[in-house]
Write a protein of this length. Structure first.
Length: 470
């Protein structure tokens, strides 16, 4: 049911840029595969089976590029490298640079690395350089010479950053260099530590608590028990949660729970536990959700849906499995927590999301706290009803095309289905790109089919295989 929300909202918003297929090993041992969609605020974004999934940098062990064919000339490769190194997304650029690197001879690889060094050197004042280095150092499949060359480039850039007192960039570049050349860990450890200490002091003084926490954790990874890093980290965590609570009072419970998972200082933990206790004592508002919405978007805890997708991993069909794990009324809304997994053979990978139901709308799923303003469904549900949203990426429209379709799926035949047509109009390379999908919701069941008109995106199609209650 909910994968349509991710597929038709988050995916379309990203289709204006070229993507790179990667295989990711996570710190819990699971392996996922999908398209790398960017890096922001210490989190990687991937498109997996139509769902945007986010993982902290600390959760990602390796990024392995999935091979794609190429018919570009050497000149085209060098031109492409210069172009991508002028962009703003260092994570995407790193994966695409790696793809270009694998198409070249050894001599041409040297030339490509020279382009990389000069391009990053000219952007040392920007975040792009260290973002590129961080992501590049996590890609597997490099030869030892490639690793040493890239490591040397990043270490040289770190020296420039140190001279310019760009301490945050310096320690990140050095960390990337040591990932690529582990033998250099001890040689550069004192420089990493010194840069991180300077960065911590600057960020904390400037009131950037998120960055201060990140710098403190870098110091503690190099020197566990570092007293100043421990002190500032705890204080920064406390100050950050105070600000977050003021900015997002409706998310107080989840913010306090996350704080308790990270905080160590006893007085801060007692404060958080006291605040949580106050929340538990409050009587929650139990909103009345439109029965039209819950008819086509049922939300009973334990309900699961399994969908056939339009893609395979090797010779194995990928199945999407969704299960509602919790339902919480919060200040006039319902927050529906669910798990979403990609299942192929004996393997499964996924994560948790939540959907917000207001009395008359269903917002798209998210793993964060801010719901989208562009609903997936709206009441009253009537044929011809439409709603739209415009943003920097283009214009997006949903329209209820029918309330009486019959749909045949492997799970059976479903009558009186609501058909929601989703149309996105975006610009790519100066040309208009239009993408259309159709979602079919059956009464009492939820999403039973998702179909993309464009063959390029049919791997994101869904058909209901099974629905049940656990």
């Amino acid at each position: 049911m909910t994968r349509i929300l991710i597929a038709s909202f988050c995916f379309v918003a990203s289709t204006t840029a070229q993507s790179q297929e990667v295989q990711v090993t996570l710190s819990n041992g699971s392996i996922i595969q999908g398209e790398l969609r960017g890096f922001e605020n210490g989190r990687y974004r991937f498109l997996i089976g139509g769902a945007i999934q986010e993982y902290k940098e600390s959760e990602v062990v390796t990024l392995t590029l999935v091979e794609r064919g190429t018919d570009t000339s050497t000149t085209d490769v060098f031109g492409s490298a210069r172009k991508l190194l002028l962009g703003n997304d260092g994570v995407r650029a790193s994966s695409e640079f790696h793809a270009l690197l694998k198409t070249l001879s050894l001599n041409d690889q040297t030339k490509l690395f020279e382009i990389l060094q000069s391009s990053l050197q000219s952007r040392i004042e920007e975040a792009f350089g260290h973002q590129f280095a961080e992501a590049f150092s996590r890609i597997s499949g490099f030869t030892p010479p490639q690793r040493r060359t890239a490591s040397g480039i990043f270490e040289g850039l770190a020296k420039t950053a140190e001279k310019g007192k760009r301490f945050g960039a310096a320690w990140r570049l050095l960390r990337a260099a040591t990932r690529l050349d582990p033998d250099s860990v001890e040689n550069w450890k004192s420089r990493r530590l010194s840069s991180a200490e300077s960065d911590l002091a600057e960020r904390y003084k400037a009131g950037d608590m998120a960055a201060a926490i990140e710098a403190a954790e870098e110091i503690l990874s190099l020197q566990p028990g570092h007293p100043e890093a421990l002190r500032i980290r705890e204080d920064a965590l406390y100050r950050k949660v105070q600000k977050d609570l003021a900015d997002r009072p409706n998310s107080a419970r989840s913010l306090l729970e996350e704080f308790l998972r990270q905080a160590r200082r006893e007085e801060f933990r007692r404060w958080a536990e006291s605040e949580l206790s106050k929340l538990r004592d409050q009587s929650p508002t139990n909103p009345t959700i439109s029965t039209e919405l819950t008819r086509y978007y049922p939300v009973a805890v334990g309900t699961f849906w399994e969908y056939k997708t339009g893609e395979k991993l090797g010779d194995k069909e990928i199945v999407q499995r969704l299960r509602i794990i919790d339902l919480r009324p919060e200040d006039g809304i319902h927050r529906v927590h669910f798990s979403l997994e990609n299942v192929y053979g004996n393997y499964a990978a996924g994560r948790n999301y939540h959907v917000i139901l207001s009395p008359t709308e269903v917002a798209p799923p998210t793993s964060g706290d801010s719901p989208s303003s562009f609903p997936m469904l709206k009441a009253p549900i009537r044929a011809g009803m439409s709603w739209e949203w415009s943003g920097p990426n283009g214009k997006f429209v949903r329209q209820i095309a029918s309330v009486s379709d019959t749909v045949e799926t492997p799970a059976g035949s479903f009558r009186d289905c609501v058909v929601v047509v989703y149309t996105s109009t975006t610009m790519k390379d100066g040309q208009e790109v239009r993408l259309v999908s159709r979602a079919y919701y059956a009464p009492g069941v939820g999403l039973v089919r998702l179909v993309y008109d464009n063959p390029t995106y049919r791997k994101f199609n869904l058909e209901l295989l099974k629905r049940g209650q656990e």
